[in-house]
Design a protein around this ligand. Structure first.
Ligand SMILES: N[C@@H](CCC(=O)N[C@@H](CS)C(=O)NCC(=O)O)C(=O)O
Length: 208
């Protein structure tokens, strides 16, 4: 029988990686389709909204937008709260991570001089404000809502992981160091047995 497919760039990052982690934690046996950057322009027009990740379930049209994918998986597999208000609170934080991407993402495509200025401005203003708001709304420990991992935690983990390695030019690796709850969620996801077992698996090759 055909397996569900998750389609994303051939890199363990960002929106695609948080969906892969959610599918793995959910115990879903999925095909991890990895698109090489060279192959993307030809595939882009075939995607529902011209972007990835895209989740394909047998017999259903392709599903796009990361939070829609995460919520579909999370709700069905115990990775999103059953309580409607708590679920909405998690969804608010999931949107907060998307807001971070919307603010930092455009700098990825800037020429070097513009990138430096734009990122220095983010370091001086937006990024600490973003982290402070995240910190204020993390109500539990070690995860966002308490003892149990949920899809929101995967997003917070990926957001912190983006910067913590120090590989984003002009943004210090310590940008979120003053926010212990945020770092705590990052570390708890990193140390979660299910997450570790994902990284212990051989990663599939990209196409073509
Ligand atoms: N709102 C979408 C944004 C998707 C998005 O921008 N994905 C990026 C990769 S993280 C992408 O496909 N970029 C290539 C492009 O837009 O051509 C979501 O939540 O999934």
């Amino acid at each position: 029988m055909a397996k569900p497919k998750l389609i994303y760039f051939d890199a363990p990052v960002s929106r695609g990686e948080e969906c892969r982690l959610a599918l793995h934690l959910a115990g879903i046996d999925f095909e991890d389709v990895r698109v090489k950057f060279e192959a993307w322009p030809a595939l882009k027009p075939q995607m529902p909204y011209g972007a990835m990740p895209v989740y394909e379930l047998p017999g259903r049209p392709p599903l796009a937008h990361t939070n829609a994918i995460l919520l579909l998986v999370g709700r069905a597999h115990g990775l999103h709260p059953a309580d409607e208000f708590e679920a909405a609170r998690h969804e608010g934080m999931m949107q907060h991570v998307e807001d971070l991407r919307a603010n930092v993402g455009p700098t990825l495509r800037m020429p070097d001089a513009d990138k430096k200025a734009a990122r220095e401005a983010l370091v001086a203003g937006y990024l600490p404000a973003w982290a402070q708001a995240a910190e204020k709304n993390i109500s539990g420990a070690p995860f966002f809502g308490g003892a149990k991992i949920n899809v929101v935690d995967l997003k917070l983990h990926m957001a912190v992981r983006w910067f913590i390695g120090g590989k984003v030019d002009h943004i210090p690796a310590t940008i979120f160091a003053a926010y212990p709850k945020l770092i705590g969620v990052h570390d708890a996801v990193r140390d979660h047995a299910g997450v570790k077992s994902w990284y212990a698996k051989p990663q599939p090759a990209g196409i073509p």
